[in-house]
Design a protein around this ligand. Structure first.
Ligand code: FUC
Length: 339
């Protein structure tokens, strides 16, 4: 079952909502604005339950600036001073957080209304993004595809091709909350297949060093309640997690993260071939955020943003997200939902 309908008008453009349902009555829907993942609905004995946070209007998404469920690009996380070097040439891209560039800058993927269509069990978004649009080098043709399978997996594929050397490190900023009631995520169990996270400076720019997770609140190598980690972080300014976890060596057969609601027996397994996940526990969220069915509060949701470690842009030990002229690039993140 699939449907494309008008969600709203915004700035003279039509925003579409596109939905798919599989044979087990699990549904996803997306919005063309930001190639946004609007809902992941699973059937329960009390009706359908959305496992993602969402807002009622596009204006809420634009005003709140938390990248709620947005597609992020061209580059996830922060580029210090918006500056990087490719083939000995220094580039400066637009800033949007102090002097730094966060999540692709002020004109990132999240600010675009994407071309959208449904094909079979896929929702497909396309855009051409030029240097005049977002200040990054190279005209980039991007396709973001959400696929819903009959074995309850959602795949997000990011494909891009550029007419010049550039960078491409997209992610999904989906915020999860597997509770049917109004609780935040502190009671949910989390596992992350990671032994270390990046050290960050006071502007959250990677220093190049890593920190071992073992013996710290950051350690999720065994399933544990998110609230247990949060309790251990009350002495840091954020009072929560907003960190780049470096994943252990890639193994296709192992989930890189698991989020579990032990009471309702709902869980989501995350699989990525990228080398990092940014874990963000919505630490400063509050009542001014009008979520549907949830009260805005710290830890109202958790984002697990699969990506190449952001410091790869200046340190090849952490990977490489540059793409050459004409060279296609394809990344995939897989979410397996168990209910
Ligand atoms: C995450 C964090 C940021 C920011 C944003 C909404 O990726 O790293 O600090 O708050 O999401």
């Amino acid at each position: 079952m699939s449907k494309k309908e008008v969600f709203s008008e915004f700035n003279g453009e039509t925003i579409y909502k596109l939905s798919l349902t599989n044979q087990n009555n699990m549904s996803i829907s997306c919005l063309s604005y930001g190639a946004n993942w609007y809902e992941l609905l699973v059937p329960t004995k009390n009706g359908k339950q959305n496992l993602l946070l969402n807002f009622p209007t596009i204006e809420d998404y634009v005003r709140t600036n938390e990248y709620l469920n947005m597609s992020i690009g061209r580059t996830a996380s922060r580029i210090g001073k918006g500056e990087f070097v490719l083939d000995q040439q220094t580039y400066h891209v637009d800033h949007n957080e102090g002097g730094n560039t966060l999540h692709g800058g002020p004109h990132g993927f999240n600010r675009l209304n994407w071309e959208s269509r449904i094909q079979g069990n896929q929702i497909i978004f396309d855009r051409r993004i030029t240097p005049a649009d977002d200040s990054f080098p190279g005209t980039l043709d991007v396709t973001i595809t959400y696929t819903l399978t009959n074995d309850n997996q959602v795949l997000i594929d990011y494909k891009a091709k550029s007419d010049a050397l550039t960078v491409f490190n997209p992610t999904s900023h989906a915020y999860w909350n597997l509770n049917a009631d109004d609780r935040n995520v502190n009671n949910l169990n989390l596992y992350v297949r990671s032994a270390e996270h990046l050290e960050l400076d006071h502007e959250k720019i990677p220093t190049g060093k890593t920190v071992k997770n073992s013996g710290t609140p950051y350690d999720f190598r065994h399933l544990k309640p998110i609230g247990q980690a949060i309790e251990g972080l009350q002495d840091i300014p954020e009072k929560g997690i907003d960190d780049v976890y470096i994943l252990d060596d890639h193994d296709d057969s192992l989930p890189d993260a698991i989020l579990e609601n032990p009471e309702q027996k709902i869980s989501v397994e995350f699989y990525t071939e990228r080398n990092a996940i940014v874990l963000f526990t919505s630490n400063a969220f509050g009542e001014d955020q009008p979520f549907i069915n949830k009260t805005g509060q710290p830890q109202v949701g958790v984002a697990l943003e699969a990506q190449t470690a952001p410091n790869a842009i200046f340190d090849s030990r952490f990977g490489d997200f540059t793409i050459d002229k004409g060279q296609p690039r394809h990344y995939q993140t897989k979410y397996r939902v168990i209910f």
